[in-house]
Design a protein around this ligand. Structure first.
Ligand SMILES: Nc1nc2c(ncn2[C@@H]2O[C@H](COP(=O)(O)OP(=O)(O)OP(=O)(O)O)[C@@H](O)[C@H]2O)c(=O)[nH]1
Length: 599
């Protein structure tokens, strides 16, 4: 296909501004789907995504659009996720595009990810086209929002299309703008093949599926291909496009986006960001790849039943097939036994992995509180990374503990600015900038990531009645006055409950945590003492009083079914408990820190 008739574009937006709805509309308009198929949001394919309404895996659709100039164009739409945890996937998708629709909810205005995603696009040299969505809403104020886009993002929005992805207003206009304003690709079909792997995933029937952007050359079935980073060679079986259903094609040539199947069994062999070339006529240089994703948040995942350890390993291995950002390695906890220390992109990613393990793999898990990775400088000069607070060396061996600092960009209506500033101060934030843009205020803060992974996002939302939005990026490791807080249950240290906290709030947190644990640990047949300690100093103590009543005493005499039910209920409740020493500790207690409020 002539490159002049191809347009590769993505849709970028802040969460909930209507990206997926718009994508579906565009697909429907171009005849990719019937009305019935439209019912489900097609681009969000995983069950979980549908429930949460969040797009996790970038997908794509090749659309045929007959434009007003009489020509039929191939529009390759590449879906992007909208959540801050997955921002790296946005830049991947964008690097395969020449243009991006920047969708802004005309009733909300510019938000944190609007700006972050737009800058990512501009950095990659992608043409950004603003679209004002949801103009059907009575609260929509497209003029104000167009002003905000110009003022905050700094791109011209005078001619921004005003649309409603819900009612279909402006859809045709958007397609026309894509054709006119997105530059066509400019690859060389006769040059040696260079195809960028934008995404890859494992399919149970065909093995690894790669989504590629062919930059130069042509790729056909039966071609002998080579991955330039790994050197691995394969024979292509199928190439094709998603409409969004998969459709085989005789070839993918320069400028096109599509899938490649080459009988690959392991995702590791087809790394996202790698360049595919031909064995017989290889390219001299690979394309610039992507930054490797780093885990930001770590937590221990332990099977409730220790004999499920191998099953958990299998499940994690399978999940990793489709989620290269998930990392794990075995770890042993005195309290919880054998499990895995897992690395995630952020809390949402962690939630999703946990849920999938439980739902799809039927695992019963105990999860420890999430933590960030600390850089510890030891007295002997060596630097180690600590992803598990219980692995922190003895204080006498530590020269300095450095914690990760992020720069957060927060957008909030002015009436809530005071609340947000108070929150950032509580979280040890340092203000970098504050700008008023009409009604919206943009705040920039350096914040310890440790404080952010806990509950910052929830607090930000509640303190601003849901109006504040957040985007953040890692800045640096910075030395901090940090200490390890231990929890002892009946005088035994429970390693899985250790935390690294700032000294200034350590006593308060220790007390609150012990008090919370007292509420969460069910009564046992004996008294249970919960203590919080820093080093050898006990800073708090709480008692869980021994249980007196027999649960069965509640059931009257002969009602056996009721008795059974009660016992079953108890058993079900028990599944999420872990025997630590002689005390049963429920899952909630391992996450008690998430429920402890700030000073
Ligand atoms: N009234 C109105 N509602 C819309 C419009 N477009 C989208 N919505 C609604 O806004 C909500 C969010 O839309 P989505 O398309 O899921 O938003 P998104 O940006 O894809 O969100 P993520 O996938 O979570 O990033 C849904 O409830 C949509 O029905 C519109 O033009 N008008």
């Amino acid at each position: 296909m002539s490159q002049n008739l191809i347009r590769n574009f993505s849709i970028i937006a802040h969460i909930d501004h209507g990206k997926s709805t718009l994508a579906d509309r565009l697909i429907q308009h171009c005849g990719g789907l019937s009305e019935r198929e439209m019912e489900a949001q097609v681009l969000d394919s995983m069950d979980l995504e549908k429930e949460r309404g969040i797009t996790i895996k970038a997908q794509t659709a090749a659309l045929a659009y007959k434009a007003k100039d009489g020509q039929t164009y191939r529009l390759n739409l590449i879906d992007t996720p909208g959540h801050v945890d997955f921002s790296y996937e946005v830049s991947r998708s964008l690097s395969a595009c020449e243009g991006a629709l920047l969708v802004v909810d005309a009733s909300q205005g510019v938000e944190a990810q609007t700006v972050a995603n737009c800058y990512t696009a501009i950095d990659l040299g992608v043409e950004v086209i603003p679209v004002l969505n949801k103009i059907d809403l009575p609260a929509a104020d497209p003029d104000r929002v167009a002003g905000e886009i110009e003022d905050i993002v700094g791109i011209d929005a005078t001619d921004a299309v005003r649309a409603s992805a819900k009612t279909g207003i402006g859809i045709e206009e958007i397609l026309e703008v894509v054709v006119k304003q997105v530059p066509p690709p400019r690859g060389d079909e006769r040059a040696p093949l260079k195809a960028l792997i934008i995404d890859s995933w494992f399919d149970n029937y065909v093995g690894v599926v790669m989504l590629v952007r062919v930059v130069d050359g042509v790729l056909r079935p039966k071609d002998k291909i080579r991955f330039m980073a790994t050197g691995a060679q394969y024979l292509t079986e199928h190439v094709g496009v998603f409409t969004p259903k998969s459709v085989d094609q005789p070839q993918l040539s320069a400028g096109e986006v599509g899938f490649v199947i080459a009988g690959i069994k392991e995702l590791k062999s087809a790394q996202v960001g790698d360049t595919v070339t031909l064995v017989d006529n290889p390219a001299a240089e690979p394309l610039p790849g992507f930054k490797k994703v780093q885990s930001q948040v770590f937590a221990g995942l332990y099977p409730v039943e220790s004999h499920d350890f191998e099953a958990l390993r299998d499940a994690l291995t399978k999940l990793q097939l489709n989620d290269a950002a998930l990392q794990f390695e075995p770890e042993v906890s005195q309290a919880l036994g054998f499990g895995f220390r897992c690395g995630f992109l952020g809390l949402l990613h962690m939630d999703i992995v946990q849920e999938r393990l439980e739902r799809e793999y039927d695992m019963d898990l105990i999860t420890t509180a999430p933590t960030v990775v600390y850089e510890v400088v030891q007295k002997d000069g060596t630097i180690i990374n600590v992803e598990n607070p219980s692995k922190l060396p003895e204080p006498s061996k530590i020269e300095e503990i450095r914690e990760p600092i992020i720069t957060a960009t927060i957008f909030v209506p002015e009436e809530y600015v005071g609340n947000v500033i108070t929150l950032c101060n509580q979280k040890r934030g340092v203000q970098l900038d504050m700008q008023y843009h009409g009604r919206q205020v943009m705040l920039r803060y350096d914040l310890p990531m440790n404080e952010v992974v806990m509950d910052f996002f929830d607090k930000l939302k509640s303190t601003s009645r849901g109006y504040a939005s957040l985007d953040y990026e890692f800045k640096e490791f910075r030395a901090g006055d940090l200490v390890k807080l231990d929890i002892l249950v009946n005088s035994e240290k429970v390693d899985a409950l250790s935390l690294i906290v700032h000294r200034a709030s350590s006593v308060y947190r220790g007390r609150e945590l012990a008090a919370k644990m007292r509420e969460l640990i069910p009564r046992q047949m004996f008294d249970v003492a919960v203590q919080a300690a820093i080093g050898a100093n006990i800073i708090a103590r709480e008692n869980v009083k021994a249980m007196r009543k027999n649960v069965l005493a509640k059931c009257y005499g002969g009602d056996i079914t009721r008795k059974k039910k009660l016992l079953e209920k108890q058993k079900a409740g028990k599944r999420r408990m872990k025997q630590v020493g002689n005390v049963e500790i429920p899952q909630e207690a391992f996450l008690a820190i998430l429920q402890v409020s700030d000073k």
